[in-house]
Design a protein around this ligand. Sequence first.
Ligand code: TYM
Length: 333
Amino acid sequence: TPRVFSGIQPSGNLHLGNYLGALKRFAASQERGIESLFCMVDLHAVTVWQDPADLTRATRELAAGFIASGIDPDRSILFNQSQVPEHTQMAWVFNCIARMGWMQRMTQFKDKAGKNAQNASLGLFAYPALMAADILVYHATEVPVGEDQKQHLELTRDIAAKFNHDYGVNFFPETEPRIEGAATRVMSLRDGSKKMSKSDPSDMSRINLTDDAETIAKKIRKAKTDPEALPSEAEGLEARPEARNLVNIYAALADQSVDEVLRDMGGREFSAFKPALADLAVDQLSPITAEMSRLMQDVSEIDAILARGAERARAIAQPIVRQTYEIMGMVTS
Ligand code: TYM
């Protein structure tokens, strides 16, 4: 049976990359009527230091972001990872399946650990095994994500295959990464070679889901571009990373293909394109921002949604952990 799983870290600002690469597509995925689980991965967030009060707030704000983006907590299962201990149980099993060499190849670990990898937490190293556990503890078959998660999803498939092979079973399914649409890799507004990220020190590099209309318009107005007009075909964007990024953002916001956007916008100068993009972004993001801040006024309701989501998630995960233990020969009585 098909099942969708995806997660987002509650570690600071939700930005346009998270929205277009993930949230907006989760909402579209929910409309397909396939059982879907969406998780605030707080256990992943604490692989690097998080101030406790900030983590609490970011988790609730992320839940508000999911709901404001169209995730219906009755139809989809919305929860935070730490309330479902089966994630951690499965992660331990996968720590024993994954090989050190596999983990050492993970580019996200290398990026995040930096030069001083000896000083990174053990959790940061094991991060992708927990991620595989998130997915496989539900036997999820589809995972919508942005491009930057591709390597982790390949590792998830490797872990599933090695478990199945080592124990001679066909227990864990092959998960399909869903990396689709025009905005699978939204880039920084200041540098077309860097992805938009919550950890970029420049706030001008990203559009946050909490930015007001004026801030969004200003960031787009000041976004780095080149002096040429827009081309009329996608090939014309190949050597123009900043221009390509803005067109990709436009396409994803408007639910159009890049070719469709360029059919309308080709030949326009950035002085004309940027205001159109800003209007579109404000139109789409403002209602989400407003709904997030409305939801944040009653955190008890958010907490109740997460508690109920966790219960529903556990009902799926518990028997899968139990079967995993039985396959491995644990006495489960
Ligand atoms: P995270 O929290 O960094 O990002 C959440 C989602 O947003 C996508 N994303 C982007 N998409 C396009 N352009 C960008 N600039 C951009 N930045 C972020 C990410 O690809 C992701 O889909 N390891 C994951 C969280 C995770 C997870 C999982 C995901 C934990 N367990 C299981 C899927 C399944 C992460 O750190 O995402």
